[in-house]
Design a protein around this ligand. Structure first.
Ligand code: SF4
Length: 448
């Protein structure tokens, strides 16, 4: 791991902390290379350096073909101007959504910013938009496709922008887990018993593929976000004896612990081991089965960082995301979703000091927006989400200009059938989409 000062972190580190540094300079210097790194077998076996440097991309990970060289060589100013011009040419036919974890150069062009589900829902508020360009990661574009009309095309500027956590729960592994659980518990898992309860309710975090959401939809399960996980678990416990929580063990553990579920009733399911690495009795006794998945960004936070922040400034308030490990959430003053963290910063009085445990681009923007408060990132080594970071502005310029060309051809009378598919469109298979929507609608019925 290379650790060199770069320009990613503008917010000041806590007093006494190590200088701001990044775990790999390639993140800022040449993102295009990471998508087609020579010498590495295809598909790219890693998601790139930084936060996800130990995560392996599954074989199903979409591969981004190399975009024209002119976009890769373009100066930053020209990229900015071309994105602005393309958006102006497309007008209301396009809406650009920017996740909070995107870099400033992308957020500058976003019509709406937010977390994954808020953005997917905001796309519903732009029915006139023929193209929804989602500057986020693959599962977010899939979710937007589930919620938008069939005639709206959801576009992901770089198809290699996946999510290492979402990829830790692939459909094969979850189906295998389900079959093993059925064997261990001795009966179908989603058929109510005499008491009206099913054996297992599958709950998936929003950060999962459409196929996993569909699995939950088909088996009486539901989707949750980091802001509604408690309400969703209450819904699940009212229907079943156990919950299978995928893919983020930390959100599942932190939420269930706060609801009073003891640690020994929350075994970890390791998909690489028979029975997930558990005894049959542990599965029978379980209340929440936690999938062995994690977010590479949030798993970096430690209690030692919290101790250091408090030693440097005894008045500091530590606010972390519930994707952080349990010890970190327990040691923090508060924990909550991305929107919760934003509200916590906004509500803090002038002069307040907050140390935040979440993705650096968001923390840095919060620091810039609140110069009257001291906003720092808990982690002195600045690691942005390396998959989010793959939405380089050059990709945004490329997809938008491709859409401008397409619209020009349509206006000139070219039949749509002759134009080929919309560039980098993310479209979920109809059957998967229907079952995935069922799981999402259940969530919306619990927490509108
Ligand atoms: S921050 Fe974590 S959960 Fe979010 S996209 Fe990146 S790896 Fe996935």
């Amino acid at each position: 791991m290379v650790s060199v000062a770069v320009t990613l972190g503008r917010s000041a580190p806590p007093a006494g902390a190590a200088p701001v540094s990044s775990c790999d300079t390639r993140l800022s210097s040449d993102p295009f290379t990471l998508d087609a790194m020579p010498g590495l077998p295809a598909p790219a076996p890693e998601y790139g350096p930084g936060a996800s440097d130990v995560d392996t991309a599954p074989p199903t990970t979409p591969v981004q073909e190399q975009i024209p060289a002119r976009y890769r060589r373009m100066a930053d100013d020209e990229v900015h101007e071309r994105i602005t011009a393309a958006k102006a040419a497309l007008g209301s036919a396009v809406v650009v959504l920017g996740h909070h974890y995107q870099r400033d150069e992308v957020i500058a062009h976003a019509d709406v910013t937010g977390d994954s589900f808020l953005l997917a829902r905001r796309s519903l508020e732009r029915p006139e938009a023929k193209y929804v360009v989602f500057c986020g990661v693959h599962f977010m574009a899939e979710t937007a496709d589930l919620l938008t009309r069939p005639d709206q095309a959801v576009v992901l500027p770089n198809l290699a922008a996946g999510c290492s956590m979402a990829d830790m729960a692939d459909l094969d592994a979850v189906e295998d887990c389900w079959a093993q659980l059925e064997q261990a518990l001795g009966r179908p898992l989603d058929v109510p018993g005499e008491d009206g309860l099913v054996e297992v309710v599958p709950v998936t975090y929003m950060n999962s593929s459409a196929a996993i959401k569909a699995f939950c939809g088909e088996h009486g399960g539901i989707v949750c976000t980091s802001s509604n996980a408690t309400a969703v678990l209450e819904w699940a416990f009212a229907r079943g004896r156990r919950v299978l929580f995928v893919p983020d063990q930390h959100l599942g553990r932190n939420t269930a612990k706060a609801m009073g579920v003891p640690a020994d009733l929350m075994p970890l399911w390791d998909p690489r081991k028979p029975m997930g690495g558990n005894s049959a009795q542990a599965l029978v006794d379980s209340r929440v089965l936690l999938w062995r998945g994690w977010c590479s960004v949030h798993q970096r936070f430690t209690t030692a960082q919290i101790d250091a922040a408090r030693a440097a400034d005894p008045s500091v308030e530590v606010v972390v995301h519930p994707e952080c490990p349990q010890a970190v959430v327990d040691a923090a003053d508060r924990a909550g979703s991305t929107e919760f963290i934003i509200r916590a910063v906004e509500a803090a009085p002038a002069g307040a000091s907050l140390a935040i445990g979440t993705e650096i681009n968001l923390v840095r923007r919060l620091a810039d927006a609140h110069p009257d408060k001291t906003i720092t990132c808990l982690d002195p080594v600045i690691c942005p989400c390396s998959t989010m970071y793959r939405i380089h502005p050059g990709y945004l310029a490329w997809v938008l200009e491709s859409l401008v060309e397409r619209e020009a051809a349509l206006a000139a009378g070219a039949p749509e059938s002759e134009l080929g598919p919309v560039v980098n469109r993310v479209a979920v298979d109809d059957a998967v989409a229907a079952a995935g929507r069922t799981a999402l609608e259940r969530m919306l019925s619990v927490v509108p």
